[in-house]
Design a protein around this ligand. Structure first.
Ligand SMILES: NC(=O)c1ccc[n+]([C@@H]2O[C@H](COP(=O)([O-])OP(=O)(O)OC[C@H]3O[C@@H](n4cnc5c(N)ncnc54)[C@H](OP(=O)(O)O)[C@@H]3O)[C@@H](O)[C@H]2O)c1
Length: 396
């Protein structure tokens, strides 16, 4: 059987681009996926061709084109789909660049700076009959599929609420005004950077699992940092339902407390609570590897969800840090970004124009929630990254 080959272009060669690209080099057969293949055929850095070339060498990709500008990359006729890995402040401009050039797009989270931008990208993708997907990679993990399946099958009764947190203490000295984590110029703050994962869990347990979901009501409180973006944010979402009453989602993120306070990974970062039990997902909720299902009948099910890769002895490392001894992950372990890449391949193979796991309407809904949190808390970004005009040169 011939395999479906998806040819990738990588737009930006920073930290997450490296992790994603390394994951693409793992054979899909390692995770039991036999009918698709990922090939990186090009990468582009914003400033120089040499940086793109160095990136390709670092991630172990040969025979791929290296470009010194994003504009050259989108003109490469050999590229099927472009993975956008610039800061979220820049996603709208770069996704438009790709779509206008006729390229399918997988765009890093947060999808855009605001919902208006997301809406226009979706319209543009539809107008051009192109595939577009938010890179909400956690949703594509088998553990996420398992949780959604448990909820749909009624394993914990009617779900009443979900708590989800992604917080880690950022040392005060790091948080200078121009740091990307807080700078308004790069759409900084925990809301778009990390609370998006808490929202991912709230949405995939309370919204995606409904047949006809409605938008949630939003209440929120955000404490601001010296740059005027948010550093400690709590969101209460009320999801209206036809049956079972409204469900509550509590999504939090902070730079001043830690989800994993004792550093052992033994504290639940997500709790999905139903009338007959609870599902717990352990920290970190962006890349969880452990779940516990606790039923009110006293039965519990604990599961490990390893991210498969080339394995011990391979001398291959991935994860933040990417290098031997610096990676958060063990030798030979995948980071898990290949699951979302597989979804892109299957969708394109079968002619779909959006993910089957997270529809674009849901990505837009999540952006609407984040807009509302920003409105309630007066979090404003500069005009050049909020605008829906295109093309716009964003000030460095
Ligand atoms: N899925 C995940 O787990 C995950 C983890 C971390 C970050 N992210 C998301 O991925 C995106 C990139 O994050 P990152 O950690 O990879 O950032 P990063 O290491 O700073 O890399 C960002 C890249 O974007 C390019 N870029 C273009 N314009 C830029 C500008 N004005 N300022 C800064 N960089 C600019 C840079 O240049 P070149 O083109 O020259 O490389 C840089 O390499 C963000 O949206 C972030 O939220 C996702």
């Amino acid at each position: 059987m011939s395999k479906y080959q998806l040819k990738w272009g990588i737009l930006a060669v920073g930290g997450i681009a490296e992790t994603f690209a390394r994951d693409l080099t793992v054979s899909p057969e390692t995770r039991g996926v036999k009918d698709i293949e990922h090939i990186i055929v090009a990468a582009a850095a914003s400033s120089s061709q040499q940086r793109a070339q160095a990136f390709l060498e670092k991630v172990g990709v040969r025979n791929a084109k290296a470009y010194g500008s994003y504009k050259e990359l989108v003109q490469d006729s050999n590229v099927d789909i472009i993975y956008i890995a610039t800061p979220h402040s820049h996603h709208y401009q770069h996704a438009m660049l790709c779509l206008e050039a006729g390229k399918n797009v997988l765009c890093e989270k947060a999808f855009t700076t605001n919902a208006a931008q997301a809406k226009i990208l979706i319209e543009k993708a539809r107008e051009k009959n192109l595939f577009l997907m938010e890179a909400a990679w956690t949703r594509y993990f088998p553990i996420s599929q398992y949780v959604r399946d448990q909820i749909r099958s009624g394993a914990i009764g009617t779900v009443q609420r979900t708590f989800a947190d992604l917080s880690s203490i950022v040392p005060a000295g790091v948080l200078k005004e121009d740091n990307r984590l807080i700078s308004p110029k790069l759409a900084g703050g925990v809301l778009l950077d990390t609370c998006i994962y808490s929202l991912t869990w709230v949405f995939q347990t309370l919204y995606s699992t409904q047949d006809k979901p409605s938008p949630p009501q939003v209440l929120s409180s955000a404490r601001k940092n010296i740059a005027g973006t948010d550093e400690h944010t709590s969101i209460l979402l009320t999801f209206p339902r036809q049956q079972g009453g409204d469900a509550h989602g509590i999504a939090t993120a902070s730079m001043h407390v830690a989800s994993d306070a004792d550093g052992t990974g033994s504290l639940p970062a997500v709790r999905v609570q139903g009338t007959d039990g609870e599902i717990q997902i352990f920290h970190p909720c962006f890349r969880p590897t452990k779940s516990r299902l606790a039923r009110s009948n006293g039965k519990t099910e604990e599961k490990d969800w390893p991210q498969l890769g080339p394995g011990k002895g391979s001398g291959w490392w991935n994860g933040f840090g990417n290098e031997v001894g610096k990676s958060n992950n063990a030798e030979g372990e995948g980071h898990g970004m290949f699951w979302e890449a597989d979804e892109c391949a299957y969708a394109l193979k079968d002619g779909h124009k959006e993910s089957r796991v997270q529809m674009l309407a849901e990505s837009l809904e999540v952006m609407e929630v984040m807009d509302e949190v920003r409105r309630q808390n007066g979090i404003v970004f500069p005009h050049d990254i909020e605008t829906t005009d295109y093309p716009v040169e964003i000030a460095r």
